[in-house]
Write a protein that binds this ligand. Structure first.
Ligand code: C5P
Length: 222
């Protein structure tokens, strides 16, 4: 890969999505939301009646994924077979299915090249769990974003409330802990910091502070 890549990995709810989007926008770089690809694979499987543990059928779903990332009025829109699924893929049920699907090696293999294809000039911000460890091991700057599980559950609750949904903090915390455990304990591409990653704990930091720290590091590495 010729263009520079900034990888941002970490558990769900640490702020990767928002922060990656803001940095990509500031830099004028491309953005890879790799979690969306796992979510799309899960949603496609659910719609086609494929079981979330049928590795072979799921890897075919992943390979054949007909997806379009479009920017509409400055917001990212995600189309699955022409159908707008931007909101649908963010549900808890799709997220949980995505984390099961993502534990299957054939599914990860099927999505590998599709992710690498996002790396184009002038650069790429890649958001996920294994961007720095597996997909872009040569990235010049790798960030590992964390926050306490309690803080991440609080952030998720706020997000849901803003979307007009209701949820219990204790349920969200349990789901976050279950998803962390599954992502960290799986045998392929487990969630962990790359050896050369810079770790940033965002529990006490707001979004502009995190963005500024990462952009400072990026300027130093260039
Ligand atoms: O980041 P997001 O919550 O959208 O990711 C959904 C699920 O996809 C995660 O829980 C994780 O299991 C999986 N994932 C992954 N590798 C990535 C990105 C996401 O395994 N690079």
């Amino acid at each position: 890969t010729l263009a520079p890549v900034l990888t941002i990995d970490g558990p769900g709810g640490a702020g990767k999505g928002t922060i990656s989007r803001m940095i990509a926008e500031h830099m004028g770089w491309h953005l890879l939301d790799s979690g969306a690809l796992y979510r799309l694979t899960a949603l496609s499987a659910m719609r086609n009646g494929v079981a979330v543990d049928d590795a072979e059928a799921l890897s075919l779903q992943a390979q054949a994924l007909d997806v379009l990332f479009a920017v509409e009025d400055g917001a990212m829109q995600i189309l699955l077979e022409g159908d707008d699924v931007t909101t649908a893929i963010r549900s808890e049920s799709v997220g949980n299915a995505a984390s099961q699907v993502a534990a299957l090696p054939p599914v990860r293999a099927a999505l590998l090249q599709r992710q690498r294809d996002f790396c184009k000039t002038p650069g790429l911000v890649a958001d996920g769990r294994d961007m720095g460890t597996v997909v872009f091991p040569d990235a010049p700057l790798k960030i590992y974003l964390t926050a306490s599980a309690e803080e991440r559950a609080r952030r998720r609750l706020l997000q849901l409330q803003q979307a007009g949904e209701d949820a219990r903090l204790s349920t969200l915390l349990e789901e976050i802990q279950a998803r962390d455990a599954r992502d960290m304990q799986r045998s392929v591409a487990p969630l962990k910091p790359a050896e050369d990653a810079v770790e940033l704990d965002t529990t006490q930091l707001d979004i502009p502070e995190v963005v500024e720290r990462i952009e400072t590091l990026l300027a130093e590495r260039k």
